[in-house]
Design a protein around this ligand. Structure first.
Ligand SMILES: Cc1cc2nc3c(=O)[nH]c(=O)nc-3n(C[C@H](O)[C@H](O)[C@H](O)COP(=O)(O)OP(=O)(O)OC[C@H]3O[C@@H](n4cnc5c(N)ncnc54)[C@H](O)[C@@H]3O)c2cc1C
Length: 253
């Protein structure tokens, strides 16, 4: 099975970040990490590839930098990567990103596409569904478990109260939730092997995508208002009454 996993490189969340004063976009250092969200997609891809004697291809759009994040995913065991780093795509929104990723996926060929439900830095949470629409295949979202056979894929789709069992024909796009599997840590052998795995580089025009106008611009950015400290209720045997009062005041009950 030909499995493609969408992975995003993001600035290390442990480090302070800053915004470009003119574009208001995040300044992306050369050294970016694999978005933790996408480690789950990579792990599901690797497990399904092992079951089906398939391959795992990573696809990523964004500033390539020193490719540390992509190498992390290759070190986990993915076979190869496709990177689209094009200065003309700077400031792209979700739809342009989906157009580029869909074109790269179409070009590489696919039976199954995996993605996270939402990235850690952008988190619009719409890219996987847009890719499915552009590829004209079903989108199965919020998967907390994934299984495949020769021609179909079945997921347990996380809901507020439990899960739905959703099945579709392949090819399809699946977004996976954190916790779907336990992502493996790269081994030393994996890290060494990742250095020589193939990485294909494309621009938007290589992929035949000309409509890259984001149709949006960030006009200004404001600090989020600080959350006020909550009310502390000490329990001296009547805390429940104070909580009921508070909920009534808020018209929750
Ligand atoms: C030069 C350049 C600069 C960029 N700068 C920024 C920036 O400052 N901030 C920013 O958030 N984005 C940036 N991007 C990337 C792109 O614009 C965003 O990825 C896009 O807006 C997707 O939004 P999201 O992360 O909210 O997607 P979501 O829908 O929240 O992501 C869900 C899943 O879709 C997949 N996915 C999403 N984006 C990508 C991607 N780029 N590559 C591979 N898989 C992906 C992942 O599996 C992810 O878990 C840049 C791109 C380029 C080419």
């Amino acid at each position: 099975m030909n499995i493609v996993v969408c992975v995003k490189q993001i600035p290390d969340p442990a480090n302070p970040y800053s915004l470009d004063p003119e574009t208001h976009l995040l300044i992306r250092p050369d050294e970016q990490v694999l978005d933790d969200t996408d480690r789950y997609g990579v792990e599901v891809g690797l497990q399904l590839a092992a079951q089906t004697e398939g391959t795992v291809t990573l696809v990523s759009m964004g500033p390539a930098g020193n490719m540390q994040g992509i190498r992390q995913a290759l070190a986990m065991g993915a076979d190869k990567a496709i990177m689209i780093d094009d200065a003309d795509l700077k400031g792209s929104g979700a739809l342009t990103t989906a157009k580029i990723l869909a074109a790269a996926i179409q070009r590489s060929g696919f039976d199954l596409v995996l993605a996270g439900t939402e990235s850690t830095d952008g988190y619009t949470g719409v890219v996987p569904q847009q890719i499915a629409e552009l590829l004209d295949v079903p989108a199965l979202t919020f998967a907390k478990q994934v299984s495949v056979d020769a021609s179909t894929v079945t997921i347990n789709q996380q809901t507020a109260n439990g899960y739905n069992v959703v099945t579709s024909e392949l090819p399809a796009v699946i977004s996976v939730t954190a916790g779907v599997v336990e992502p493996r840590y790269p081994t030393f052998k994996g890290i060494m092997a990742a250095k020589s795995k193939p990485v294909e580089n494309y621009t938007a025009s290589d992929l035949g995508v000309s409509d890259t106008d984001p149709g949006q611009a960030i006009i200004s950015v404001d600090e989020a208002t600080e959350r006020k400290a909550g009310t502390k209720i000490e329990d001296e045997g009547e805390a429940h009454l104070r909580i009921i009062e508070k909920l009534q005041e808020l018209k929750v009950i």
